[in-house]
Design a protein around this ligand. Structure first.
Ligand SMILES: Cc1cc2nc3c(=O)[nH]c(=O)nc-3n(C[C@H](O)[C@H](O)[C@H](O)COP(=O)(O)O)c2cc1C
Length: 191
């Protein structure tokens, strides 16, 4: 039960919680899976976490009402293409409810076909192939915990971010982290 301010009803409390969630900036990914019949399905997701390095585990969270939730339960595997700056049209396109599914839905995109693995975006910032090891029901969402089977990344390029219901790009570093290697530009900056 959500703790509510005096006089606030539950709908208001849910809306307020969505507002709080919107304050958390995150990356955006295109999750792909192969549905029954061998056709792919792709859905925009920002609830994606790397969880464990040994064994290598990630988690994605899909609303119970999404088609991706049903497809992942069937297929047990998915791929993640991490979107880069400028790919907000892709993010919008694959968030639209009721859009086409299958290969036709991917038309016009630069795709890497890797049958029988799910397709990935050719110009993704990073990609991972994952095999679901656990589905944890969480209220109106399901958490799909998955083992990472393969992955790669391009070292250059910037991520697409989602924050307060809008797509953003990185504004630049705020300070170096003591545990990360210093770069030349860190030394010149006035932190
Ligand atoms: C930036 C962004 C991130 C999203 N992240 C998620 C997410 O992590 N999980 C989820 O269930 N829906 C998420 N959505 C909403 C789904 O993309 C949307 O409900 C979609 O229509 C579901 O498609 P499907 O039913 O074909 O799977 C996100 C939407 C946007 C715009």
């Amino acid at each position: 039960m959500i703790e509510q301010a005096a006089g606030e009803n539950e709908d208001d409390a849910r809306r307020d919680l969505r507002g709080v969630a919107g304050q958390i900036a995150g990356g955006v990914a295109l999750v792909t899976t192969i549905a029954e019949g061998g056709e792919p399905h792709a859905t925009t997701a920002s609830a994606f976490l790397t969880v464990s390095s040994d064994p290598p585990l990630v988690a994605v969270f899909f609303a119970n009402a999404t088609r991706m939730h049903a497809f992942l339960r069937e297929s047990g595997s998915f791929s993640v293409s991490v979107l880069r700056r400028g790919q907000h049209e892709i993010a919008r396109r694959f968030a639209r409810p009721g859009r086409p599914t299958g290969w036709i839905a991917l038309s016009g995109l630069s795709i890497v076909h890797r049958d029988p693995r799910p397709p990935i975006l050719a110009d993704a910032l990073a990609w991972l192939d994952c095999s679901v090891v656990q589905l944890v029901p969480m209220g109106d969402h399901g958490c799909f915990v998955a083992e990472v089977l393969a992955f790669d990344r391009v070292p250059e390029g910037e991520p697409l971010l989602y924050y307060r219901g809008r797509f953003h790009t990185l504004g630049g570093p705020a300070a170096p982290a003591s545990w990360a290697p210093l770069e030349r530009s860190d030394l010149a900056a006035e932190w």
